[in-house]
Design a protein around this ligand. Structure first.
Ligand code: NAP
Ligand code: GDD
Length: 351
């Protein structure tokens, strides 16, 4: 008997040019999905992370970029109407916490209302039965609630970003209940890797250490060294997004490693990769990190990197994801830092 040809599943990813969006596109293409990627128009190139997916525009493949913006309902409706995705991953966002204090209204528009716009599009187009929805929620919604944080921890966001993401979290739950949409919140803790944006603290540090190692710079300026984060590996976290949408029932899950460390520890670990031992002296804004072998000052504090409000300690409890999704992190923090530093050295040597 002839085997019936199965149609490819279609996934729409908002934020496909970002760290997670580009990794998820790779992941889903490997799983034989057809991937629609929403990208913003920009006056300079913003597609470096996905250029490898469509180098030859004449040769159609399973990846198709569309122009779009989360602040534009008609555009979202049109793209969803013409592509009718089986799964939508809403990863697009103004995702920088510090920047959200400078652009609170835009952050709310893109991160909170952007999520509502997609849910409304699913409803208006009557796709409730067909389209599953993943929302990129975040540990920032817990703010300064005591660690370890899990699905039952109370929400105390400390920034316009965290507050916008909390709206998105709740509207996903509202629409799931009211309209029976298969919609999940992935409450992901910080996750990093070589594709991380250069203004987030991990990549800022790995890049600076690579430059210092290659004698291309002398010091790195940082803000609060005492903040603690639960840093995981982005590729591990991408897997969990897809897993959530393959369950029988939609639900919300914390994704984390269960371990945290300070920005200060992260700096020490990163310098160690290039054989430099960092020691500290001084206090507050005058604290410095120096090479213990030759006393050269390599880390300084700049008050401009402190935020109006700080989230002091995020550490996730991912028991639910472990039990139900059978998800667990695979790559350790030390392995990840090494990969990031070596990658930055490689990039700098080429430039
Ligand atoms: P990212 O690297 O900053 O990427 C954000 C993406 O959103 C980029 O593609 C960006 O486009 C796009 N975008 C921004 N504003 C948009 C708008 N108005 N309309 C359409 N697209 C827009 O972020 P990420 O680290 O990949 O994170 C992915 C998602 O997970 C975000 O929603 C973030 O808030 C959330 N999250 C991230 C983490 C983490 O640790 N990485 C943890 C928890 C939750 P451009 O390239 O044009 O700027
Ligand atoms: N960015 C940055 N730059 N952060 C610094 C610096 C610096 O020079 N110095 C110290 N930090 C501290 C920040 O104050 C914060 O406590 C911590 O480093 C981490 O900052 P970011 O790397 O900017 O990440 P974030 O935790 O604020 O937000 C990231 O993780 C969230 C999940 O918890 C982003 O990816 C968010 O989009 C995500 O939701």
């Amino acid at each position: 008997m002839k085997k019936k040809k199965q149609n490819k599943k279609i996934a729409l990813i908002t934020g496909v040019t970002g760290q997670d969006g580009s990794l998820l596109a790779d992941f889903l293409l490997k799983k034989n999905y057809k991937v629609i990627g929403l990208k913003r128009r920009s006056s300079t190139f913003n597609t470096q992370r996905i250029d490898h997916l469509y180098t030859d525009i004449q040769k159609p493949n399973n990846f198709k970029p569309y122009y779009g913006d989360l602040t534009d309902s008609s555009n979202l409706i049109r793209v969803i109407q013409s592509t009718k995705p089986d799964e939508i991953y809403n990863l697009g966002a103004q995702s920088h916490v510090h920047t959200s204090f400078e652009t609170p209204e835009y952050t709310a528009n893109a991160d909170a209302l952007g999520t509502l716009r997609i849910l409304e599009a699913i409803r208006i187009l009557n796709l409730q039965k067909k389209t599953k929805f993943y929302q990129a929620s975040t540990s920032e919604i817990f703010g300064n609630s005591k660690p370890p944080q899990n699905e039952n921890t109370s929400f105390r966001p400390e920034s316009p970003y965290g507050t916008a993401k909390l709206y998105a979290y709740w509207i996903v739950k509202n629409y799931r209940k009211a309209y029976d949409i298969f919609a999940c919140n992935g409450i992901l803790f910080n996750h990093e890797g070589p594709k991380r944006g250069e203004t987030f603290v991990t990549r800022k540090i790995t890049r600076a250490v690579a430059e210092i190692y290659l004698n291309k710079r002398r010091t790195v300026f940082l803000g609060n060294l005492n903040a603690k984060r639960d840093w995981g590996y982005a590729k591990d976290y991408i897997r969990s997004m897809w897993m959530m949408l393959q369950q029988k029932k939609p639900d919300d899950y914390v994704i984390a490693t269960g371990k945290s460390c300070t920005v200060r520890n992260f700096v020490e670990k990163t310098f160690k990769v290039v054989g430099i031992n960092i020691a500290w002296k001084g206090k507050g804004l005058n604290e410095v990190g120096y090479n213990s072998k030759n006393n050269q000052v390599l880390v300084k504090i700049d008050k401009n990197y402190f935020r109006p409000n700080e989230v002091y300690h995020l550490r996730g409890d991912y028991k639910k994801a472990k039990k139900i999704l059978k998800w667990r992190p695979k790559i350790s923090l030390d392995e990840m830092i090494k990969e990031m530093v070596l990658n930055d050295i490689k990039i700098l040597k080429k430039s």
